[in-house]
Design a protein around this ligand. Sequence first.
Ligand SMILES: Cc1cc2nc3c(=O)[nH]c(=O)nc-3n(C[C@H](O)[C@H](O)[C@H](O)COP(=O)(O)OP(=O)(O)OC[C@H]3O[C@@H](n4cnc5c(N)ncnc54)[C@H](O)[C@@H]3O)c2cc1C
Length: 391
Amino acid sequence: MGFVKLSSAADCCGCSACADICPVGCIKMVPDDEHFLYPQVDEKCCINCGKCKNVCPVINSDKLKLSVSDDKAYAFVSDDVELIKGSSSGGAFSVIMDSFSDTEDEYVIFGSAFDGTEVVHKSVNSREKADIFRKSKYVQSDARGTYKKVKADLEEGKKVLFSGTPCMVAALKGFLGKEYDKLLTVDIVCHGVPCQYVFSKYLVELGEKYSSKVNCVSFRIKKDYETENPNPRTVDLVFDGGKKINLDIAGCEYLYGFHHGMFFRPSCYKCKFATPERPGDITLGDYWGIEKIKDNLNSKKGVSLVRFNTDKGKLYSEGLNEAGEVYETSYAFACDENYQLRKPAKPHRNRDSFFALLNKNGSVIESVNICKKPDTIFRKVLRKIKKIITN
Ligand SMILES: Cc1cc2nc3c(=O)[nH]c(=O)nc-3n(C[C@H](O)[C@H](O)[C@H](O)COP(=O)(O)OP(=O)(O)OC[C@H]3O[C@@H](n4cnc5c(N)ncnc54)[C@H](O)[C@@H]3O)c2cc1C
């Protein structure tokens, strides 16, 4: 047994397309020391067909990204305030699902959903059931088996909407290996993904603190929505028995670690899809900075950034126009304001120490609190010297 050497372990995005495509089922996704899933191949049954390499979105990233000549992007805000509150940004994804499902054809929608407190890719065959995909889940979505299911649905002639991080959308395109008219792909702008282990461990620790098990989580609660200055960086946690708490970034070690890049997958810091060129028919994100050019829009309340990368994607502009306010901007401006459309996230200075501590003391809360302590001047100088020497 050995880990699949697709490029280097630090590059593997953990999409699991290689495991899905293996014709003899000899690739399994197994956790490493940091608890991220990596493909492991049973060399005894490997037939060296090379399909795992052909499907890898990291190796083939350049081929899988679309180049679009126009410089247009759109800010979108739904007319329905409840929809905005129940979405991470301005609700564009829900409106796209509405238009997609307005059809006589049989259809399937794929996206990331909670299964209890585990984050997994799921599929549903009706719009009513698809609200499980709404809102960001700040954990890597387990996509094992998903690409096979998409292919099977497309081969049966169904319409398919697939949404996920750009590496997952690129993985799907590589897996399918050809265009399907009935497939619509939506990639979301992505900061980076933590592993399920760290998230689950954090929830267990919170459960101990509050003497009850966390059974439901919702990120991106827009606290104080009615005010001019809502806080989108908060999370709702519901415990067994119904007790509910809301934590903001100052009170939630997990949110702190997430927003400071303390425990992302190593490949996220080198992400080949944190670029203006995207793999999906449509790209969705937060339209940060829109208030600089449009008075009545406040990105903290939730404004979607929408970019159409294909003609198929553009067909969804009409639905957005009917469902809310759409404001055209240049894509260059959107990219300037949105770091993740230009560059991967930077690792927190103590990222590696976080995992070392976690494996030693077993506590996410304790490890984050140690790692977030301000640096001493001595260590700052030491880091600068190290940087000069290694460059
Ligand atoms: C881990 C993560 C990091 C993000 N980082 C950024 C960022 O740095 N900058 C930025 O502009 N936008 C980022 N986003 C995207 C943004 O917050 C919104 O998800 C996006 O704008 C869509 O919002 P919406 O209001 O249109 O719809 P929503 O209803 O919020 O859309 C939810 C969509 O996100 C997908 N999704 C949710 N969680 C996951 C997951 N774990 N893995 C894969 N797909 C998921 C669902 O399948 C669905 O398509 C991030 C999202 C996630 C999940």
